[in-house]
Design a protein around this ligand. Structure first.
Ligand code: CIR
Length: 252
């Protein structure tokens, strides 16, 4: 079955890292409600949710996606690009240890899980302000023996690769062509976000459902008759987060 590791929102969430967005006031109660609704949405599409307790002194710790890459064979524990986020990883390693062999990415490499899109045996890694080229080489050495092909993909204007492109069907990607070149994904059916909704490329595809922010009605229409569950994530979006970043999803 699909398992999702999540983490409750920190009391210090308002002090989150921001790269491309201006700081805006975050309603912490609403953020917690939205996060709990998100966990319910994961359950409603058949995932088992392992909800970790908040780490009150780590503002961005709700964004567990950045701390690990969970493959069928192992979990690579990342070294996040933002120094303020590096203390998030030990507890994630502990949470994943019952399910996967743990392989840490060591200094000096920096890599955020939000930059890693795994589609079957291909791993796309975004070159962002958080993930450097050296770390993609380090990751390649770890995963190549398992039969994965790794492709480093430049991105521009957004935080992570998965801000720009995510999987929304067996061979379909949802993508913002302003932030990542379509040419890297020629073998897929591509759905482009509506130009008025640049942040609309981030969705969770799970058990043939799409979990999707309720803020992008135009792009939602482009998803056609796919099964979609919308969730409100306005407060998470103010912290430059979206739907993939709040869970680590894997088969158990
Ligand atoms: C950060 O800048 O690290 C957080 N405020 C947002 C991280 C979002 N993570 C993700 O999209 N994977």
């Amino acid at each position: 079955m699909k398992t999702a590791v999540t983490r409750a929102i920190s009391a210090s969430f308002a002090k989150c890292e921001l790269t491309y967005l201006e700081r805006a006031p975050i309603d912490l109660d609403l953020a917690r409600k939205q996060h709990s609704d998100y966990e319910d949405a994961l359950r409603s599409v058949g995932a088992r949710v392992i909800s970790l307790p908040a780490q009150e002194d780590l503002p961005d710790s709700v964004f567990v996606e950045d701390t690990a890459i969970v493959l069928d064979e192992m979990a690579v524990i990342t070294r996040p690009g933002a120094a303020s986020r590096r203390a998030e990883t030990p507890s994630i390693a502990t949470a994943l240890a019952p399910y996967r062999q743990i392989v840490p990415l060591s200094e000096p490499f920096t890599l955020d899980g939000g930059d890693v899109l795994v589609v079957s045996k291909t791993i796309y890694v975004g070159l962002s302000t958080r993930t450097n080229a050296e770390s993609t080489n380090a990751l390649r050495e770890i995963v190549a023996p398992l039969g994965y092909e790794m492709r480093a993909i430049p991105i521009r204007g957004c935080l992570h690769l998965k801000t720009a492109v995510t999987q929304c069907g067996p061979n379909t990607l949802l993508l913002n062509p302003e932030w990542v070149d379509k040419a890297h994904f020629q073998s897929f059916e591509l759905i482009e976000v509506d130009p008025a909704e640049p942040h609309a490329a981030n969705c969770v595809w799970l058990n043939n459902w799409i979990l999707y922010p309720d803020a992008y009605p135009r792009t939602l229409q482009r998803l056609g008759d796919r099964r979609v569950k919308t969730v409100g994530v306005s407060e998470l979006a103010k912290a430059e987060g979206a739907v993939t970043c709040c869970s680590l999803l894997f088969e158990t």
